[in-house]
Write a protein that binds this ligand. Structure first.
Ligand SMILES: [Zn+2]
Length: 291
């Protein structure tokens, strides 16, 4: 999944966090950190670089947002790629959000650990969606592992797929799928597996639509059409390295062992169904007799 030349992204939607989680307000887009920075600039009469001061505070969490990126940067730089992927996801799912009267999810890229509405997340948590604060959490070490295993080509593909899958869980949340599903079971045809395969399918819907939807700001489509080879690489990657999970409020921190997905073949099949069908209707894993 390669971003189209001429594309430009400035969603400012991806928040970044590094350092220990300190229970900062979720979804504020770094407003707290910006205020602190402003105070520092005022106190020092503009002589100090607030970013350096914040980072030098020792043990504190720092926040920021990803700024303007070109398509070329999105294809080579991870934070730009996250921003561009979210930008295109917002556009593709905009009509669904409008229809449901819902907001887009908050998105946090974090390093080491962070506080979430579902408990403390660490690098071992992997990427996940938290329904309680309607936020996507992406730890950078997971993406480092992807790139180590898959190289410069496969890593980015897998990253985009994982982000689109997590966004799919948000779609399930706002459309009521999550509430209707019985998340307790873990068998091969359980609701848990059907929820996960549907999120894969919704990721496919995004890839299909992003390759055919023209960004009104730039006049070019978000993505180049995906090749079969790219599709296989992305899905193998996600299956090989690890997985996400939907967290319920547990009070005991994020638990990485509480999730169930379908087989790699099933995940690939449903992603492809979404990619070709380009609609939520093509992702009805709950009515499917065979997954
Ligand atoms: Zn999932």
């Amino acid at each position: 999944m390669t971003f189209q030349e001429g594309g430009s992204f400035n969603s400012g939607r991806v928040g970044t966090r590094s350092g220990a989680g300190r229970g900062l307000a979720i979804g504020g887009g770094g407003i707290g950190a910006a205020l602190v920075a402003l105070v520092i600039v005022l106190l020092t009469h503009g002589q100090a670089d607030p970013t350096q001061l914040l980072q030098g505070a020792g043990g504190q969490e720092t926040e920021g947002t990803v700024g303007q990126c070109s398509a070329e940067q999105a294809n080579t730089d991870r934070t730009c790629r996250l921003s561009a992927t979210i930008d295109s996801l917002d556009t593709v799912w905009g009509p669904t959000m409008q229809q449901e009267g819902a907001e887009v999810p908050a998105v946090w890229s974090f390093k080491d650990s962070t506080d979430t509405g579902c408990g403390q997340a660490s690098a071992a948590s992997g990427p996940f969606y938290c329904p309680d604060d309607k936020s996507i959490y992406l730890d950078t070490s997971f993406f480092d592992d992807l790139t180590t295993q898959l190289g410069a080509e496969g890593g980015p593909l897998a990253e985009e797929y994982v982000v689109a899958h997590e966004y799919g869980h948000h779609i399930q949340q706002v459309t009521g799928v999550m509430a209707r599903a019985n998340r307790g079971g873990t068998g091969a045809s359980s609701d848990s597996v059907r929820v996960e395969l549907q999120a894969d399918c919704l990721a496919g819907v995004w890839a299909g639509k992003a390759a055919s939807t023209v960004d009104p700001d730039t006049g070019v489509t978000y993505l180049k059409p995906i090749t079969h080879q790219q599709l296989e690489t992305a899905l193998d990657a996600a299956a090989a390295v690890g997985d996400d999970h939907i967290q319920a409020q547990s009070g005991a921190g994020v638990n990485p062992d509480s999730f169930t997905h379908g087989t790699s073949a099933q995940r690939q099949r449903w992603f492809t169904k979404g990619y070709q069908g380009k609609s939520i209707a093509s992702c009805d894993t709950f009515s499917a007799s065979s997954l």
